[in-house]
Every structure is written in C-alpha cells, then in structure tokens.
Design a protein around this ligand. Structure first.
Ligand code: PMV
Length: 319
C-alpha cells in the first residue's frame, strides 16, 4: 500500500514578533529538532471512499466529512485540491504527527499546514512549489489569527532563516556563524490569536506609543542582522534581551516568562526573550555552548517544563 510521508519544521522568532504584524522587520529561524510529519496511507479497497484524518496533538480522529468547512485541516486540503484543479481526494487515512508543542510560539499551526499541503499534493502524484505551499499556509494562518504577518509560514515553508518584512520579498540570512539556543517551555499554553488581538486593541487606544515601541523593535531587527553578519553573539544576546523588555511593554509577557529570561541571563546566556505570540509558550535563550548545561539546569530549577537545545549556523543547516 503506498504511503506518503512529508515533514515540516518548527520555528523560533529571534526578534521582531508582533511588530512584524505592523510592518517592522523580524528575524525567524527554522527549528528542525521539532517537526510535524504528515503520513498518508492510500485505501484503494475502501468501498465508502472515506477519507479519515487524525491529529493526536489536538485530539482529532474523524472522517474528513465530519470536519466543519473552516476547520484549518479541511481548508488546507480544499486549498491544495483547488490549486491542483482536483475535485476530490481518493480514499485514504491522513495522520498528522507533531512534536511541536501547540500554543508554544514555535509555529505548530504553520508547520501542520506545510506538511499537510505537501503530503496531499504528493498523494495525488503532484508537487506544489514553495510559493504555492507558502500561499496556502498563509491562508490557513489567517484562520488561526486574523492578521498574520506571514513570517511563520515563510520560515517554515522554506526552512531557512529569514529577515522578514511583511509584503516585501523574503531576505534569507546566509551567515556561517554557529549559534546555540535553548528553547525553554514555560508550561503555560500561549494563544497567538489572543495575544495578537490584545496588542491590536492596545495599539488602537495608544497608537503613537505602540508605533514607537514597534519602531524600536524594528531597529533591534536591523541591529540583529548586523550582529549576525559579524558573528557578534554577545551583541545578538543583548538585543534579544532588549527585545524582551519591549515585548513586556506591549503586554505579551508573563511573570513566569520573565523569570525564565532572567534565569537564563543570570546563568550565563548571552541573552533571552519570549519567542512567538507570548502570553505563555517558550523562552529562547542564546547561550555560549560551554554554558548550555548550567543554563539548562537553572531554567529547569526556575520552572521550565521542557528544554529543547537547538544549534544553527545561519546558512540554514542545523546540526
Ligand atoms: O506564536 P506564533 O508562533 O504563531 O508566532 C506569532 C508571531 C506574531 O508576530 C506574534 C504574529 C505574526 O503573525 O507575525
């Protein structure tokens, strides 16, 4: 029986989240240590022609027809079939397996969209280029939160570090400077939709103040790009920490996230910040490799429920 298997990575945002929704630059990196895998098994002998779909990370196991039309998984499949001018999917079983924590700011929703999009296209014997995959994943991000910047679907589709400004051509970062991160899970489930909506409400009532903070965050992204180019990791860490302070000011941090950020820095990280939507989720710490064990231990002691080590060199290859 033919089996199709496609995967997509998670991601972290090094700087610029939220401000990126308002046109400022942000930098995101793919994380290959956490992935979504989409496995599709053909059911050529099925008499009902049924398509079944399961995703244990969201407690889903049902017939495709039982999903509401605007369910992200159903919509993804509909968009793929439409892009390929195919009117229906042959009987099959679609399994989504993800090691990316949901609500962690690590791009779980975009990763599922990308893996599923490629899986469905492969299953019907076709391929979609990255641009088409990215477009579909972006449409699905809109279902998750109304005004996505597009950074998550882009970094995950292309699996390359990106300097991203909404509505402009993607700028890939190709700098061969190894970076060692710890991604510390606070154990609190974040909600990107809630965080983005909350920031928008605050922006509406204090536009000048928020625009000024977003501008400062944008300046951090430009400075970060320079420090990555020159391989000045201590500076990159400082910029992350400054970015966290600005994320606190726009109200998307939580005391537990602040504790993890401070803990990482006190234990020897170059810098740390929340990553993604916030209001829970993960803290990203940039660490000198020789301090990684000590920082990791300190983070666990301060309440991190899980720590993912991730090493990059910015040419995109991740060890
Ligand atoms: O929480 P995540 O992983 O979906 O990251 C969201 C990043 C934001 O800047 C908050 C939103 C966006 O669309 O860019």
């Amino acid at each position: 029986m033919p089996v199709i298997s496609n995967s997509a990575p998670g991601k972290v945002i090094l700087c610029g989240e939220h401000a990126v929704v308002y046109g400022q630059p942000a930098i995101a990196l793919p994380v290959l240590d956490i992935i979504t895998r989409c496995v599709i098994l053909a059911k050529p002998n099925s008499t009902s022609g049924d398509v079944r779909i399961s995703d244990p990370s969201i407690g889903l196991n049902c017939s495709f027809t039982a999903l509401r039309p605007d369910h992200p998984l159903k919509k993804t499949i509909a968009l793929v079939l439409s892009a390929l001018s195919i009117d229906h999917l042959p009987a099959c079983e679609i399994q989504i397996h993800s090691t990316i924590p949901v609500g962690g700011g690590l791009g779980s929703s975009a990763s599922v969209s990308v893996a599923l999009t490629r899986g469905i296209a492969n299953f019907v014997g076709r391929t979609l280029d990255n641009e088409a995959v990215n477009d579909i994943a972006f449409e699905i991000e809109k279902l998750h939160h109304n005004t996505p910047s597009g950074i998550d679907n882009s970094v995950i589709t292309y699996a390359k570090p990106v300097f991203y400004v909404k509505g402009t051509p993607m700028q890939w970062l190709e700098i061969d400077s190894p970076m060692y991160f710890l991604i510390a899970n606070s154990g609190l489930k974040g909600s990107t939709a809630k965080a983005v909506a909350q920031v928008r409400e605050n922006w509406k009532s204090a536009t000048a103040e928020y625009e000024s903070i977003f501008h400062e965050i944008g300046l951090i992204s430009y400075a970060m790009r320079e420090s990555l180019k020159s391989g000045t990791l201590s500076k990159a860490g400082e910029l992350m920490t400054s970015n966290h302070a600005l994320l606190q000011q726009i109200g998307v941090s939580l005391p537990q996230l602040d504790v993890l950020v401070n803990t990482a820095i006190d234990a020897g990280a170059y810098g740390a910040k929340l990553s993604g939507g916030g209001l829970g989720g993960n803290v990203l710490a940039l660490v000198p490799p020789e301090r990684a064990a000590a920082v990791s231990q300190a983070l666990t002691k301060s309440g991190a429920v899980n720590i993912i080590p991730a090493r990059f060199n910015l040419s995109g290859a991740e060890k």
